[in-house]
Design a protein around this ligand. Structure first.
Ligand code: UTP
Length: 289
């Protein structure tokens, strides 16, 4: 199964950092965000990735391309460890294709732009501004890999959800269960007002879809802001009696799409870093008031 990674958005919440640098290329410690996402997809078992991209985002493709100049320089200077790190950015068994979304007309439109590369087949969607761990505390595979397995067993589309504070629901797609026991989604709405939200279960940016979503995406009309919403296509799929299941995230998600969350995520990953973590913790203690 292929996975679609939409990277064509404008990243306005991270301006001015994202004026000339794609949001997905902002670093977390020593790697750009998109590399964590590609690693997550690879760990989950995906081997074919499709980036939906934009003219201003060539550095994303370049990051995963071989750089002969850099590799030969590192080889000459006998920087073995750096050379291995650079070579492992794109695993040998991974294929990355790119397709352009001419205009940023919304997430649904971005996903639909990948139809010709995916074909009429099931596929996953991974949003690159949220990082999600792949192993739980017992080192068992969870989250994206588990959603893929659930889809393979049941054939039902999967949407990852996470509980958020009630006052934050208007930032997310929000779901409501038809049946708590089997996790079937009855309703899904994009950014509801707090008083209208059906629950506090927010969509976190990981999906596995059956091919039925394509027709609904193609028929989805732009919303009031002119964007074609993926959420509206999922709602239409549910309304036409396709079962869509929710998958409750195992562990935390790490949002990098706005400034405060990005700073928190950066600190979290810096503290987790094998080489830097202890020194970062020591430094943070000196700042504590
Ligand atoms: P976001 O709305 O979080 O990202 O979309 P954005 O539009 O880049 O950022 P802001 O809101 O202006 O700060 C979620 C994901 O969908 C992609 C974005 O690149 C992001 O990864 N996206 C969004 C597209 O590829 N195309 C679009 O038209 C919209």
């Amino acid at each position: 199964m292929k996975v679609v990674i939409p990277v064509a958005g404008l990243g306005t919440r991270m301006l001015p950092a994202t004026k000339a640098i794609p949001k997905e290329m902002l670093p977390l410690v020593d790697k750009p965000l998109i590399q964590y996402i590609v690693d997550e997809c690879h760990q989950a078992g995906f081997r074919e990735l499709v980036f939906v991209t934009h003219a201003s985002k060539n550095s994303i493709e370049n990051h995963f391309d071989t750089s002969f100049e850099l590799e030969s320089m590192l080889e000459q200077r006998v920087k073995r460890q750096l050379l291995d790190e650079v070579r492992s950015i794109c695993p040998a068994d991974l294929t990355i294709s790119c397709i352009r979304q001419g205009e940023a007309k919304g997430l649904g439109h971005a996903v639909l732009s990948a139809h010709s590369l995916i074909g009429d087949a099931p596929f996953a969607v991974v949003l690159p501004d949220v990082l999600i761990e792949q192993l739980n505390q017992k080192d068992e595979p969870v989250n994206l890999g588990a959603m893929l397995q659930h889809f393979e067993v049941s054939g039902h589309s999967q949407v990852m959800v996470e509980e958020v504070a009630k006052e934050d629901v208007s930032k997310y797609g929000v779901i409501d269960f038809a049946d708590h026991k089997d996790q079937r989604i009855a309703h899904i709405v994009e950014k509801p007002a707090v008083e209208d939200a059906p629950s506090n279960l927010a969509v976190v940016g990981r999906y596995v879809f059956s091919q039925d979503i394509w027709t609904h995406l193609a028929n989805t009309q732009p919303d009031a802001s002119g964007e074609i919403q993926l959420t509206d296509a999922i709602a239409a799929m549910i309304a036409s009696d396709h079962q869509v299941k929710s998958y409750s995230i195992d562990g935390p998600s790490h949002d990098c799409g706005n400034k405060l969350s990005y700073v928190k995520t950066f600190i979290h990953y810096a503290l987790q870093d094998k080489k830097l973590g202890a020194d970062v913790a020591k430094y943070l203690k000196t700042l504590a008031v």
